[in-house]
Design a protein around this ligand. Sequence first.
Ligand code: SAM
Length: 269
Amino acid sequence: MEYRPAAKNFLHVKIAPRGFKKGAFSHPSLVNLFEEPEALVLVFEPEDVNSILRDLLDFAPGADILETGLYPSAGPVSGYRLRYAEGLVIVSPGGEITPREGEIVLKTNFSFGSGFHPTTKLSARLLAEAFEKERPARVFDLGTGSGVLALCAAKLGAREILAADIDPRAVREARANVLTNGYEEQILVVQGSLSCARRAFFDLLLANLTIGTILTLGKEFPALLRPGGRMILSGFMLDQVAEVKNLFPQAEAEKVLAEEGWAALLCRI
Ligand code: SAM
């Protein structure tokens, strides 16, 4: 699949509102500004994405840009429902959208993981596939963000899930989402990274990170898995898949999915 940024019309920027006042920032292509208790979500129709991000950072140098994405529509901030696979649906309540029986309820402010990003969608789809023929009992979600993938794993039937993130705000939100969905027996959310995980223990590792982080930490991943364990890796582009595969010469690639130029890989150690 080809990456075609021109086909995307809206830039979503999730920003921690340090030094940021609603209404004080204006830009010709600003089409909407949403305010939540702890975060702002800005929606632009971008002509030049980089210049908009630069303007934003000049305007609020102390602010943290938490998540950006290009989407074909303005998209809702909350009040949406996303279906990843049969029986795997997340819902962010708001407006007329209320959770139905069996859906995963997700709320995100500061954390990455609204569920819309292609890497999240692709990872969730591969996760559903990984549970089709096997039942991975122990799952490690490295870089859990809002906890979206850990929640999906619990929904699919994983019994013990360790969800780790270095960002304390993500940890707080992931914990809240775990409680909302009643998965506190299955999912343990911790602040940290690889060193939180027991070696040779997990049936499945989820790592939707950046290419840089995967290339830095990736060599350590196989040691966390029991023999025959699997990994779902994402956060890189389709043309970087070969580089990621090269990190794991012992692994058997089972499936690659791609969307909007992003890729996700399911492989077995
Ligand atoms: N898993 C969620 C999803 O699929 O939507 C969030 C993925 S987001 C792209 C990556 C997350 O990894 C962020 O929340 C970030 O704070 C976290 N992260 C980055 N480097 C990390 C590291 N070395 N160890 C643990 N978490 C990390």
